[in-house]
Unconditional design. Structure first.
Length: 246
């Protein structure tokens, strides 16, 4: 297994374990995608994938329609995507991605979470060098698919790692800037895209003991519970899910 795949498998995001928050996250992403590329899936590649992803997550159709309408409603407040970077206890780097209609509220909340848990909010871009920004596609595996052949085919499109996850889905990792080229290839070649997201994979991770890890988890939970927060990434080494159960 590759480094990115192992990191992603170990990283258990509580937000994605809560259906209501999954819908909130996807709804904001749909609204932002419509603002940027229009309400028609045929001409908006990002929206097209998000609608497919919402179906996979069993998000009600009316929720999707509401998110699209919000983007075209002149009276509705706009979401602004903001990234906050800082250090938690024990020098753990944390990147918080948000989508908010009130940046003053959001930055105040993020700063308070860092401060209360013994961390500190840093300047924008200060932790960029610690992470690789990747696009991650999950697609349906075709019968007789060779991941090696697919990887060779997609190298020219920016894909640098392909794995099969525990659900039998094919997971593709590519350069952040190659998102649309990869999506175009997959759609043109008849692959069913289940999801397409952006992730920040740490170049290196820091190992903590159980007590230290629990303290970081508490801070991460604070971020995850905030409705303005879309994603949280960090460089703490985490035990694999199977290890947690033993």
């Amino acid at each position: 297994m590759g480094r990115a795949f192992e990191y992603r498998k170990a990283r258990k995001m509580k937000r994605w374990g809560n259906m209501a928050r999954v819908f909130t996250k996807l709804g904001k992403e749909i609204t932002i995608a419509v603002k940027e590329g229009g309400p028609e899936p045929d001409t908006n590649p990002r929206l097209r994938v998000l609608i497919q992803q919402s179906k996979k997550e069993n998000m009600p159709k009316e929720n999707v329609e509401r998110a699209i309408k919000k983007a075209t409603d002149k009276d509705a407040s706009d979401y602004k995507e903001m990234i906050y970077e800082g250090y938690g206890p024990y020098g753990i780097a944390i990147v918080v991605e948000t989508a908010t209609d009130n940046t003053t509220r959001t930055v105040a909340n993020v700063r308070s979470y860092f401060n209360k848990m013994g961390g500190s909010l840093g300047t924008s871009g200060s932790l960029e060098f610690l992470f690789e920004h990747k696009c991650v596609f999950k697609i349906e595996a075709k019968e007789g698919l060779s991941t090696e052949d697919l990887e060779l085919e997609l190298i020219d499109y920016g894909v640098d790692e392909i794995e099969i996850d525990d659900d039998g889905e094919v997971v593709l990792y590519g350069e952040f800037k190659s998102y649309f080229e990869i999506q175009h290839y997959l759609e043109e070649n008849g692959y069913e895209i289940h999801s397409a997201e952006f992730e920040r994979i740490p170049h290196d991770t820091k190992k903590l003991n159980d007590e230290q890890r629990a303290q970081i988890e508490k801070l991460l939970e604070k971020f995850e519970e905030d409705e303005d927060v879309q994603n949280v990434f960090h460089n703490m080494e985490e035990v694999m899910p199977d290890d947690d159960e033993n």
